[in-house]
Design a protein around this ligand. Structure first.
Ligand code: ASP
Ligand code: MG
Length: 822
C-alpha cells in the first residue's frame, strides 16, 4: 500500500485536481493507495484571514467567505459536470457550516486558537471532498475526515500527536474499511486532527506532509509519496542558485537537517514517524510525473552520490548575540542561567558557538525574538551587566548557511572547502557550528551576502566545471581581436568543462555590464549602444563585480593606460585577478612594483602578463620555468622590438635608413610617432621586466639605452619633416652597415641582460649567429643558462601585432583557469 499526498498547488483548480485524480487512478491499478490532501492553494490563508476580520468586527469577511464558497462550487461543477449540486451536497453543507461559524465569531468578536483551527479545518475538508467527488466519476472513493482518526493534545494551531491512540484508531477503522470497501480509495484530510474529546486541532502550517507521514506510519504503508510542484528536493533553492539540481537520494537525517534549515520541501516533523518504521518517502512533481523525484530512505546508494554534501540551505532573519566576559569564570557561571532565561522566554536558539577559551559565547536566534531575548537577559543579568563583568552584543541581519550531507562524516576538508570558497570572495564568517554527528556544518554570515554565498558554496561542492568571468577594458586592436577569439573558443572550451563568461566590456568612452554574460561576437556593437557613457567608471565596475556576481573574476587590461594601473590595488582588493599585455605595471619604480606584487600575493590573486615580452611567444613563462626548475640564467639577449626588428631586417644599404623607416611606418608597424620605437625604450622596458622576473632589482633608468633619434630631433611634435631631417644623419648608420658588411655581419638592435646589467642598442651580429636569422618583425631571444650553455635556448617568431598578442592574452586566460580549483 502506498500513501499519496498532494499539496495545495496540486489542488489549485479543477484542471490540476483532474491531473491529480489521473495520477491516483494510474497508481491504484498496481497497488492500493491512500490519499492525503492539503487545502486548495491559498485557502488556508483566506480562511484564517476571514476569521481575523470577523473577530475584529469587519464585515469584509463576508465577501472573502463568499469567494471561498464560490471557488469550491465552481471546482465541483467543473469536476462533476453531469451531477446536480443539491442543497444537501457535502460541499454545500460545509459552506453553510463555515458561514454560521464565521457569523458566530463576528457576533462574539473572538477568535481563540481553537476557533482558528476549526475555521482552518474547512480548507482540507473542502479539498478532500472535491477530490473524492472527482475520483468517484470513474472509481469508488471516499472522503475521510482525519479528525476522527488523528488524536492530538490541545495545543491548538500546532498540536502534538498521540501516536499510540492514533494508531489504534486507524487500525480499527482500517479493518472495517477493508471489509466494507476493499476497492475504494480513501481521501484523507491533511493538516487537521482532533483532541481525544473531539475538539478540532491542526498540526501547524504546512502540516499535511506530517499528516501523510502519520497515516503512512499508522497503516504501515510501503511508501509515502509527497506530490508537489517541483521535481524534488533541490541541492539549494533554485530561485537563488540557478545551478541547483534535484538530489536523487537523501537519507532521513539529511532530509531532516535540510528541512530544519529552511529547505521548503517537507514539513520538518514528517520524517521522524517514517524513519522509525523505515518507510521510504518519494518526493514527486504532479506536473512532471515522469521525473524520478527525490527518494528519502535509510541508506543511500553510495554509487549515486559521491559528493560529501547533499544540499545547502539558508535561514534568514537571524540575529547573533554574543555573550562575553573578562574572565573565563565570568562566562561559565552565567551560561547555565542564560539558557534557562531564554528557554523560559521561548526563544529558539538555532546555533551556539563557543571558543575553547570560553571567554565568549555566540548564539544565533530569530531576529523576531531578538527584542524579547535582550529584554529578558538585561533583566536577569542586571547587576553583572552593570558591573561590566559580562558584555552582550547583538548583530542583526545575519543568515545561517548550512551544508548538509551524510557523506561528510569522517571526510576531512569539507569545512575547509566551504571556508575557502567564501574567503576567496571576501565573505567573512561570524560563527561556525558542526554537530558531532557531522551531518551538517552551519555558518553565520551577513544577510546581504546570502545569494553570493549560496552560489559560491554550491559551486565549490557541486560544480562540475570551472568558471571564470572576464571584465575586458580596452577594445582597440588587441581587445577587439581577443573578443573575436573568445567568440570562437568559448563553445569548445565549454565542452572541456571550462565556463568562460564575458561579464563586462569597457573602453574610454563607454561601459557595458551584464552578469548573465555578453556575447563576445556582439560585444562591440552592444557597447556602442550602451547608455553607460561615463569613461570607465571603475568604481561601479568593481562594485558590480563584487556584489552581483558569483564567479571568480579577471580584469583583462587591454589598454596602454598608466592610469588604470594606479587602480590595480583596488581591483585586487575587490577580488579580481588581472591579465594584461600592458607593460606599465611591471615597469613602475621598483618599490611601487614590489608593493603591487605583494598586494597580489596577500590577496591570493593572480597577475598574468605573458604578452609583456614577445607578444604570443613563451618568453616570460620559459624564464619562470627555468628558474623554478633550479637552472641559473647567465645571460639573455635578443631582438625584442618588432618594429626595430623589421627596420633592420630590411635595411641592407640599397635604400637610406630614413627611407626604410618611412616605409616601416607606412606598413603600420611603428607607433604613430616612430621616435618612440627608435628611442629603444620599448626594448628597455622588456629588459626590466625580464630582469625583475629573474629577481634583479632593476629600474628603467638602469638600462643603458641607445636612442637612434639624434638629439636635435627629439623635441617637438612629430611631422613628416622628420624624415628628411633624419636622413641628414644617414652617414652614421651607413658607416656601421659598411663596417659590418666587411666583417660578414649584419646590424641588429639588440637588448641584453648580463651580470646584472642591461643594454639596448645597435650591434653588429655575425651572419651565422642566431640573431642574424630574423625575418619581417620577428622577435628572437636566446637564453644561456647552466643547462643551456653550449647551445643557448632560443625562442623565435612573430613578436608583435594584434593576432599574436591577443592569442597570448587568451593563453593567460587559460592559464588562470588551470590555476583555479575545480
Ligand atoms: N493547508 C495547510 C496550510 O496551508 C496545510 C498544508 O498545506 O500542508 O498550512
Ligand atoms: Mg500548503
Amino acid at each position: 500500500m502506498k500513501i499519496m499526498k498532494f499539496g495545495g498547488s496540486s489542488m489549485a483548480n479543477a484542471d490540476t485536481i483532474r491531473i491529480v485524480s489521473q495520477i491516483i487512478l494510474r497508481q491504484s491499478i498496481q497497488q492500493p493507495v491512500r490519499v492525503v490532501v492539503s487545502a486548495c492553494s491559498g485557502i488556508t490563508d483566506a480562511l484564517l484571514n476571514c476569521a481575523r476580520l470577523a473577530s475584529s468586527g469587519k464585515k469584509k469577511y463576508q465577501s472573502i467567505a463568499a469567494d471561498i464558497a464560490s471557488l469550491h462550487l465552481s471546482f465541483l461543477q467543473a469536476l462533476t459536470p453531469n451531477k446536480k449540486i443539491t442543497d444537501t451536497h457535502p460541499i454545500r453543507c460545509l459552506i453553510n457550516e463555515l458561514n454560521n461559524l464565521l457569523e458566530g465569531i463576528w457576533l462574539l468578536r473572538e477568535a481563540a486558537p481553537s476557533t482558528l483551527d476549526t475555521i482552518a479545518s474547512f480548507g482540507e475538508r473542502f479539498s478532500a471532498e472535491l477530490l473524492a467527488e472527482c475520483l468517484k466519476c470513474t472509481h469508488s472513493a471516499q472522503f475521510i475526515d482525519t479528525r476522527a482518526l488523528i488524536v492530538t493534545n490541545d495545543q491548538f494551531t500546532a498540536a502534538a500527536v498521540h501516536m499510540d491512540l492514533t494508531r489504534r484508531r486507524f487500525h480499527h477503522w482500517h479493518t472495517q474499511f477493508l471489509q466494507q470497501h476493499p476497492e475504494t480509495i480513501p481521501v484523507f484530510t491533511g493538516f487537521i486532527a482532533a483532541t481525544q474529546d473531539g475538539r478540532t486541532t491542526t498540526l501547524g502550517r504546512n502540516g499535511s506532509d506530517y499528516s501523510a507521514a502519520i497515516v503512512g506510519a499508522a497503516l504501515h504503508a510501503e511508501q509515502v509519496e509527497i506530490w508537489t510542484d517541483v521535481d524534488g528536493v533541490y541541492s539549494a533553492d533554485p530561485g537563488i542558485v540557478p545551478e541547483a539540481f534535484v538530489v536523487p537520494e537523501l537519507s532521513y537525517e539529511e532530509a531532516m537537517e535540510l528541512s530544519h534549515f529552511g529547505a521548503k520541501v517537507l514539513h520538518p516533523a514528517t520524517l521522524a514517524p517514517l524513519r522509525d518504521l523505515n518507510i521510504p518517502i518519494q518526493v514527486k512533481n504532479t506536473f512532471n510525473p515522469e521525473a524520478p523525484g527525490t527518494r528519502i530512505a535509510g541508506e543511500k546508494n553510495p554509487d549515486i552520490d559521491p559528493t560529501p554534501a547533499s544540499g545547502i540551505t539558508a535561514i534568514d532573519g537571524i540575529t547573533l548575540l554574543s555573550w562575553s566576559g573578562r574572565r573565563k569564570t565570568d562566562i561559565s557561571f552565567t551560561v547555565d542561567r542564560l539558557f534557562r532565561v531564554l528557554a523560559d522566554a521561548r526563544v529558539n536558539i538555532f546555533l551556539i558557538s563557543q571558543a575553547s577559551s570560553q571567554h565568549s559565547l555566540t548564539l544565533a536566534i530569530r531576529s523576531n525574538d531578538a527584542a524579547a531575548a535582550i529584554a529578558v537577559i538585561r533583566e536577569a543579568f542586571r547587576s553583572e551587566l552593570k558591573q561590566q563583568l559580562i558584555r552582550l552584543e547583538k548583530k542583526s541581519e545575519q543568515i545561517i548557511l548550512a551544508i548538509v550531507g551524510d557523506g561528510m562524516r569522517g571526510v576531512p576538508g569539507v569545512a575547509g572547502k566551504m571556508f575557502h570558497s567564501l574567503g576567496q570572495q571576501g565573505i567573512s564568517i561570524r560563527a561556525i557550528a558542526q554537530g558531532a554527528s557531522e551531518h551538517n556544518i552551519s555558518l553565520v554570515i551577513d544577510g546581504h551576502e546570502e545569494a553570493r554565498a549560496l552560489n559560491l558554496v554550491h559551486d565549490a561542492f557541486f560544480s562540475r566545471e570551472k568558471k571564470l568571468g572576464l571584465l575586458l577594458i580596452g577594445t582597440g586592436n588587441v581587445g577587439g581581436t581577443l573578443l573575436q577569439m573568445l567568440a570562437k573558443q568559448i563553445p569548445s572550451l565549454h565542452q572541456n568543462r571550462f565556463n568562460l563568461r564575458l561579464c563586462a566590456v569597457a573602453n574610454s568612452r563607454r561601459m557595458l555590464f551584464k552578469n548573465a554574460g555578453i556575447d563576445p561576437a556582439a560585444a562591440l556593437s552592444a557597447l556602442s549602444d550602451s547608455d553607460i557613457t561615463k569613461p570607465l567608471h571603475l568604481e561601479r565596475l568593481i562594485h558590480e563585480a563584487r556584489t552581483a556576481d558569483f564567479l571568480p573574476l579577471a580584469l583583462i587590461d587591454c589598454t596602454a593606460s598608466g592610469e588604470l594601473v594606479q587602480h590595480y590595488p583596488d581591483i585586487i582588493r575587490a577580488g579580481l585577478h588581472i591579465i594584461t599585455p600592458n607593460k606599465k605595471a611591471n615597469v613602475l619604480p621598483f618599490a611601487a612594483w614590489q608593493k603591487l606584487m605583494d598586494e597580489f600575493k596577500q590577496h591570493e590573486r593572480h597577475f598574468l602578463y605573458q604578452t609583456n615580452v614577445g607578444a604570443g611567444l613563451p618568453i616570460l613563462s620559459t624564464i619562470k620555468d627555468l628558474l623554478a626548475g633550479g637552472d641559473r640564467i647567465h645571460s639573455i639577449e635578443g631582438i625584442l622590438s618588432g618594429t626595430l626588428s623589421y627596420l633592420f631586417n630590411h635595411y641592407d644599404g640599397s635604400r637610406p635608413f630614413a627611407e626604410v623607416l618611412e616605409q616601416t611606418e607606412k606598413d603600420g608597424l611603428t607607433e604613430p610617432d616612430p621616435r618612440e620605437d627608435l628611442s629603444g625604450m620599448d626594448v628597455a622596458r622588456k629588459l626590466v621586466i625580464m630582469a625583475r622576473e629573474m629577481g634583479l632589482r632593476m629600474e628603467l633608468e638602469d638600462v643603458m639605452v641607445e636612442n637612434l633619434v639624434p638629439d636635435i630631433l627629439r623635441a617637438g611634435k612629430f611631422t613628416r619633416q622628420f624624415y628628411p631631417r633624419f636622413a641628414a644623419c644617414e652617414p652614421d648608420m651607413q658607416k656601421k652597415l659598411a663596417e659590418g658588411q666587411k666583417k660578414g655581419a649584419v646590424l641588429r638592435y639588440v637588448g641584453s641582460l648580463k651580470n646584472g646589467k642591461a643594454h639596448a642598442g645597435v650591434r653588429l651580429i655575425p651572419k651565422n649567429h642566431p640573431l642574424a636569422f630574423t625575418r619581417a618583425s620577428d622577435n628572437i631571444i636566446s637564453i644561456t643558462t647552466d643547462r643551456y650553455q653550449a647551445t643557448p635556448l632560443v625562442i623565435q617568431g612573430l613578436g608583435a601585432g594584434a593576432p599574436v598578442t591577443a592569442m597570448g592574452v587568451f593563453s593567460d586566460i587559460l592559464r588562470l583557469l588551470h590555476y583555479l580549483p575545480w
